[in-house]
Design a protein around this ligand. Structure first.
Ligand SMILES: Cc1cc2nc3c(=O)[nH]c(=O)nc-3n(C[C@H](O)[C@H](O)[C@H](O)COP(=O)(O)O)c2cc1C
Ligand SMILES: Nc1ncnc2c1ncn2[C@@H]1O[C@H](COP(=O)(O)OP(=O)(O)O)[C@@H](O)[C@H]1O
Length: 319
C-alpha cells in the first residue's frame, strides 16, 4: 500500500486504474462497499485501485468552525483502506487554488491528466469542484465524454434500518459513548492515538498504573470507563480505559487513561494507540480508595472477557 501526498511524483503504477474520490473518514462499511467495487473495476481494467482523499478535509479550510473532529488520522485511513484491497491512497493537500477549480477543470486536470482514470466509483451524494458545483450527473457526463466507466454505489443501510451508515452518524455515536454500535458500522473498532505523558503518579501505588494519553488528534469518546485494546508497536493488550476526571481524588480535569492488562514497564514518551470495544460505566466518585480498587478489579475482569469475545469473533470471521 502506497501513500502519496502530491501528484507530481506519481509513479506510473498509480495511473490508468479505478479511482474513487472522497473523505473516507473512519473507513466504515459503506466505504468498504465502495472500495470493493473499486477493487473489482481495477482488476477489470488491469490497473491499480486508488482512493483520492483531501488532507485536510476542505471544510477545515473553508468553514473551520463547522469542521467536526475527524475519526481517523491519515496513516490509519491508509492502513484500513489497504485491508480493503486498495493499492494506493492519495492524501492531496487541500489548497485554496485547488478549491477554486471548477468541476470541469478539476475533472480534466486531476482525473484525466494526472490520474488517467479508466473507471470511477462514487456514492450518489458525491460533489466536486468549486462550491461543490459538480454532482453525479456532471460526473456521469464528463466520464462518458472521456470514455471512463462510472459506477454509482448506493449507500449502505444495515438490516432493519432506514438511515444509512455514514461518518457523521458514527461520529455522533462515539460522542455519546456508544462505541459498540459504532464498532458494528466500522470496518475495525474505533481507534485513537496519543503520546504517553506523566499524570499524578498515583496509579502504580493503587496497583493500576495508567498511561495518560495526550495530543489525541481525533474524536475522543464521551466520558466513561471502556473496555478495549491497546497497541504498542506490534504488541496488543486488553485495556481498561478511563475517560474523565478522577473525582475520587478531587481531580476535575478530563484525562484519557489506559491500563494495559498484563503489561509491565515504562511507556512515558511513547506513542500509544487505543481502540474501544464497549462502554462499561460512568466515571464515579467512590467513598474511598478501597471501593475504587474493587471496582477497577471488576472493570478489568469485564475487559478481559470483552477482549476474548472480540478475538474469538474476529478469528471466526476471518477463518
Ligand atoms: C478502568 C479505570 C476506571 C477508572 N474509574 C474511575 C472512577 O470511576 N472514578 C475515579 O475517581 N477514578 C477512576 N479511575 C482513575 C483513577 O482514579 C486513576 O487512574 C488514578 O487516580 C491514577 O491517576 P494518575 O494516572 O494521574 O496517577 C479509573 C481508572 C481506570 C484505569
Ligand atoms: N500495565 C500498565 N498500564 C499502563 N501503564 C503502565 C503499566 N505498567 C507500567 N506502566 C507505566 O506506568 C505509568 C503510569 O503510572 P502511574 O503511577 O499511573 O503514573 P502517572 O500518573 O504518571 O500516569 C505509565 O505511563 C507507564 O509508563
Amino acid at each position: 500500500m502506497q501513500l502519496y501526498r502530491d501528484l507530481d511524483s506519481l509513479s506510473t503504477e498509480i495511473r490508468s486504474g479505478a479511482l474513487t474520490i472522497g473523505n473516507f473518514d473512519g473507513v466504515h462499511l459503506g466505504h468498504a462497499k465502495i472500495a470493493q467495487q473499486v477493487r473489482k473495476r481495477a482488476d477489470e481494467v488491469g490497473g491499480p485501485a486508488v482512493v483520492f482523499t483531501f488532507d485536510p478535509h476542505p471544510v477545515r479550510l473553508l468553514r473551520p468552525e463547522l469542521a467536526p473532529p475527524p475519526l481517523t488520522w491519515t496513516r490509519r485511513k491508509v492502513e484500513l483502506l489497504g485491508q480493503l484491497g486498495i493499492d494506493a491512497v492519495i492524501a492531496y493537500p487541500t489548497t485554496p487554488e485547488l478549491l477554486q477549480l471548477t468541476p470541469d477543470e478539476f475533472f480534466q486536470q486531476i482525473i484525466v491528466q494526472k490520474m488517467a482514470a479508466k473507471a470511477m466509483v462514487e456514492g450518489p451524494n458525491f460533489n466536486f469542484g468549486k462550491d461543490r458545483a459538480g454532482d453525479v450527473q456532471t460526473l456521469a457526463a464528463l466520464c462518458q465524454k472521456n470514455g471512463i466507466v462510472l459506477d454509482i454505489v448506493e449507500p449502505l443501510t444495515r438490516p432493519g434500518e432506514t438511515e444509512y451508515v455514514s461518518s457523521s452518524r458514527i461520529r455522533k455515536l462515539i460522542a455519546q459513548g456508544d462505541v459498540e454500535l459504532a464498532c458494528e458500522m466500522l470496518t475495525q473498532p474505533y481507534r485513537i492515538r496519543g503520546m504517553v505523558t506523566h499524570g499524578a503518579g498515583r496509579g502504580a501505588h493503587l496497583g493500576f498504573a495508567t498511561a495518560n494519553l495526550e495530543a489525541v488528534d481525533t474524536l475522543v469518546p464521551e466520558m466513561g470507563v471502556y473496555a478495549g485494546m491497546s497497541y504498542r508497536g506490534d504488541e496488543i493488550y486488553a485495556a481498561a480505559i478511563n475517560i474523565g476526571p478522577n473525582p475520587t481524588f478531587g481531580e476535575k480535569a478530563r484525562k484519557i487513561e489506559v491500563h494495559l492488562i498484563d503489561f509491565q514497564g515504562s511507556l512515558y514518551g511513547e506513542p500509544l494507540e487505543v481502540s474501544f470495544l464497549s462502554r462499561l460505566r460512568e466515571v464515579t466518585t467512590f467513598p474511598d480508595v478501597e471501593a475504587l480498587k474493587n471496582q477497577l478489579d471488576k472493570d478489568i475482569q469485564t475487559t478481559i472477557q470483552t477482549f476474548q469475545n472480540y478475538q474469538s469473533k474476529s478469528s471466526r470471521s476471518t477463518a
